[in-house]
Design a protein around this ligand. Sequence first.
Ligand SMILES: Cc1ncc(COP(=O)(O)O)c(C=O)c1O
Length: 381
Amino acid sequence: MNAALLQRLRQALVQREGSALRRRLVARAADDHRVNLADNDYLGLARDPAVVAAATAALQAWGASSSASPLVTGYTELHQKLERTLAAWQGYAHGLVLNTGYSANAAVLGGLPRKGDLILADRLVHASMLDGILKSGARLRRFAHNDLDALELMLHEEPALDGVIFVVTESVYSMDGDSPDLRRLASLRQRFGFCWVLDEAHATGWYGATGSGLQEGQGVPAAADIVVGTLGKGLGSHGAYVLAHAPEVRDTLINFAGEFIYSTYLAPASAAAALAAIDRVRELASERPALHALSVEWRDGLCAAGFAVPSGDSPIIPLILGDSDVTLRYAEALRGAGFLVSAIRPPTVPVRTGRIRISLRRGLPAGSLASFLSVLKGVSA
Ligand SMILES: Cc1ncc(COP(=O)(O)O)c(C=O)c1O
């Protein structure tokens, strides 16, 4: 390989090593029975018997792959049923399944805004949204995290813009587990007429009477113009979707989004698993209050043990430890004591905010919190 290129690659990796930021893959074994506080299977549906049975039946019927991109032959009756089910569930007229949440965000934000438009985005929106935004050529302004006063001020400052204004937020932030006031966002949208793109990735299954997400949970169903969601978190499958009121959004993605057009489509088995998971999410309505209470219990327990974690009831609790080497030390101790956790470090999160991202789930073994806290105490002692 070209020597100059190799040297450049090595240099960047050595730099990461020096600041305890080098990432390494660790292969998980099927029989790893540690308590999983790292993945996003918040409702435990990836191993739910009904979900696994639906995926197995689809594997038998369709085989292991869709075997083509969607506009060729990859789009099946299962994908169609899934997009219609997702749209009806969340109150939208149109839905489209994409291969990943990353590509869904990149396709929406890279493809709908263009030069001359303005995008107002929360400072902590996911990397996939940012990548799309940067590709779009639109002007970007970022407002302080969850600060809707700051957003409103920006909207007042841009009264005579010629292009379209997009506002981009998540409903549950992936590394902080907190949420904006969606009711206020909905009312700002009414007043200012911007196009609101909302990522519900971490809220699906956890919030709302039917589990459709935080728009339902906060009483503003289908208020956003465009919703991006993923099948790979609360729905225990793999893949993602975009929902919209306007058919033009779906048609534009089908016609112009490279992420959709030029890639082998999601396996039918993943679509079948997601369909079964949606049924399970609806059935689990009576368990949702207990899940929220679990989140409050963990937050209270961590605070009582001297760790400043934010209040809330989402499945994600950021245990911010600061420097990367400290974060790694805590993660090592927790893993050794039987907890699967991951150390989240910059650049995924801002410098000196390294953290264990605690990801709660339905069916955690009794006593998990007490033993988790006793491991933390051992590290800090
Ligand atoms: C807020 C948010 N949006 C989108 C994604 C991407 O979803 P997927 O894992 O389906 O690519 C993630 C995943 O980490 C996320 O946290």
